[in-house]
Design a protein around this ligand. Structure first.
Ligand code: UDP
Ligand code: MG
Length: 191
């Protein structure tokens, strides 16, 4: 059950001085940092991360529609059109200033990191999550300002996504095997 997952501290997290605060939360939970660097991503690299896969684009559009509904509003464009627009904004946003890329390892790391990060729309994220504690942005506010939701972090959504994304951002020699002093206590067999 030991998994690796990719986290990006997006430009809003870096520019707001939240790098340390964000990393602290993962470290304190017991996750192990096995790769870390600051990257000024090219549009090509960003495009590999936020691909034009139709199913993902539709899911992004569907999230917008749901979030509008939660606010008692209706988004009139179809999910795919919305997803394509959000992707264009994402590529501008993620390449606008340096970001911090991390690989975290631990027991059920993908799910546990998503739990610490909170849901996509910060307005729906509970206090105690990173997105819930540090911002209150919504897809609707993003649309009005022609930008994606600024939710501070990217975290892989599944083990498969993590495997693909780690290869996009890290070379094998940038990933390090080491042992945390509390590791046996946190994930010893039988736990
Ligand atoms: N996004 C957006 N509007 C939406 C849904 C997503 O601007 O309605 C942006 C947001 O920055 C999000 C990114 O697109 O983090 C990727 O979307 P995804 O559904 O993968 O969310 P995540 O996995 O980041 O929670
Ligand atoms: Mg995602």
């Amino acid at each position: 059950m030991i998994e690796k997952t990719l986290v990006l501290i997006k430009p809003d997290g870096v520019q707001r001085g939240l790098i340390g605060e964000i990393i602290l939360r993962f470290e304190k939970c017991g996750l192990k940092i096995i790769g870390i660097k600051m990257v000024y991503a090219s549009r090509e690299l960003a495009g590999k991360h936020y691909t034009d896969d139709e199913a993902w684009l539709k899911s992004v559009g569907e999230k917008s529609i749901k979030s509008y509904e939660n606010q008692g509003k209706k988004l009139t464009v179809d999910p795919l059109t919305q997803g394509k627009q959000v992707r264009e904004w994402l590529l501008d946003y993620i390449t606008a200033s340096p970001i911090v890329a991390l690989i975290l390892e631990g027991h059920n790391a993908v799910r546990n990191v998503r739990k610490i990060v909170g849901p996509t729309s910060p307005a729906d994220a509970a206090p105690g999550t990173i997105r819930g504690d540090f911002t209150f942005d919504t897809p609707m506010l993003g649309d009005m300002q022609k930008r994606p939701v600024q939710n501070l972090i990217h975290a892989s959504g599944s083990v498969e996504e993590a495997q693909t994304e780690i290869k996009i951002w890290f070379k094998p020699e940038e990933i390090h095997a080491w042992k945390r002093i509390d590791e046996d206590l946190l994930y010893r067999e039988g736990n």
